[in-house]
Design a protein around this ligand. Structure first.
Ligand SMILES: NC(=O)c1ccc[n+]([C@@H]2O[C@H](COP(=O)([O-])OP(=O)(O)OC[C@H]3O[C@@H](n4cnc5c(N)ncnc54)[C@H](OP(=O)(O)O)[C@@H]3O)[C@@H](O)[C@H]2O)c1
Length: 332
């Protein structure tokens, strides 16, 4: 039997993130159950997802593995709610990268969704006792540089013991990567950050730093121009609408502004963690991979329109002060 993930006060993605809270919930899966049948049934979708990832990111992560481009989150819209039904739908529609965290209060939703999918463990890039990707969620949760370095050492141990295929970070800037530098043996394979047209200019330096180290950037909050009331009719909106209209004609089917945003993320080399409560929307996310690329002019127009505003949806929740209060309010 595999050893369990340790009680790190950090965050786990199934491609999973490590949190600062102890990992107490465990789920039991039988990876052998129906494996051969399920693998045969899901092969076409897996092939599409894998190809999508390689197209999107020519760089392997620092540890030589690869991750599916599209990830489906159990946070935000599903925070503190049972997400098993939606996660089952996402798996059935071809998603192979699930993103969860202890703090979402619904990790237990994963086990029934995974069991119902009847997918073989190897196909999922996920696990429960062993995970595809283990992320340190924030540089500000561990009481300064020494604490952060200690947590990264623990994450390295998690990988060395085979409990996580890859280890990475979230919400890191260049300064945070540098803080790890002197003692880190492993370069974070991934940095998960808020990224969309109204925030990309703030991340230029971080992405250049990561690219030089072959560390993969993955976005969350990528649909902010559509989901945030104050951004909805912003400068990016008409540009997305024009691109969606052109692509609808080319593809011969309706293309949404959300799909255009995901095409922009993919073209910029960013993986995408998104989520939804609606089957139609999940279908739309997955079908994005069948669409043609945006043109260079369209990509530039989105950049230029986005650069006219600066907006972070999650920045206020990521400050050391906010996180300190939040951690203190969590049950131990
Ligand atoms: N590492 C971190 O610190 C961190 C922080 C935040 C999030 N995350 C992860 O990222 C995941 C996704 O975050 P997110 O929710 O901010 O991602 P997002 O992709 O920006 O937004 C997804 C949400 O947008 C809504 N949506 C999609 N298209 C829309 C449209 N055209 N108009 C209006 N609403 C639309 C969906 O609602 P419907 O349900 O109606 O489809 C869904 O709830 C989270 O679940 C979590 O796993 C990580």
């Amino acid at each position: 039997m595999a050893a369990a993930l340790p009680s790190l006060r950090t965050r786990v993605t199934v491609h999973v993130r490590l949190e600062r809270w102890p990992l107490t919930q465990r789920a039991t899966l039988d990876p052998q159950r129906g494996a051969a049948d399920a693998e045969a049934a899901y092969k076409p979708r897996l092939a599409r997802q894998t190809r999508l990832h390689h197209d999107a990111s020519p760089h392997d992560p620092t540890d030589g593995t690869s991750i599916p481009w599209l990830g489906f989150g159990s946070g935000t819209a599903h925070y503190l709610k049972d997400a098993s039904g939606t996660l089952s739908t996402a798996l059935a529609l071809g998603v192979r990268h699930l993103d969860t965290a202890q703090v979402y209060g619904n990790e237990a939703s994963l086990a029934p969704a995974l069991a119902a999918s009847r997918l073989p463990r190897a196909a999922l890039h996920i696990g429960v006792e062993r995970v595809g990707l283990f992320l340190v969620r924030s540089p500000h949760l561990y009481g300064g540089v020494d604490g952060l370095r200690e947590v990264w050492r623990e994450a390295e141990e998690v990988q060395r013991e085979g409990l996580a295929r890859s280890i990475g970070v979230s919400n890191f800037t260049v300064q945070d990567f540098e803080a790890l530098g002197p003692t880190a043996r492993v370069v974070p394979a991934v940095n998960q950050i808020e990224y969309h047209p109204y925030l990309f200019t703030a991340n230029v330096e971080t992405l250049a730093y990561m690219k030089a180290r072959n560390s993969i950037p993955v976005s969350y909050g990528g649909l902010a121009p559509l989901t945030q009331a104050e951004l909805k009719d912003g400068p990016v909106d008409p540009v997305l609408a024009a691109a969606a209209a052109r692509l609808s004609t080319v593809a011969g089917k309706p293309v949404s502004k959300g799909q255009v945003l995901h095409l922009w993320l993919r073209a910029r080399g960013m993986g995408a963690i998104t989520t939804s409560t609606q089957e139609e929307r999940i279908r739309e996310y997955v079908e994005m991979e069948t669409l043609p690329d945006l043109t260079e002019d369209e990509l530039r127009a989105i950049d230029e329109a986005g650069a006219q505003r600066h907006h972070s949806v999650y920045g206020q929740f990521l400050t050391p002060e906010f996180l300190k209060e939040f951690v203190a309010s969590q049950p131990q």
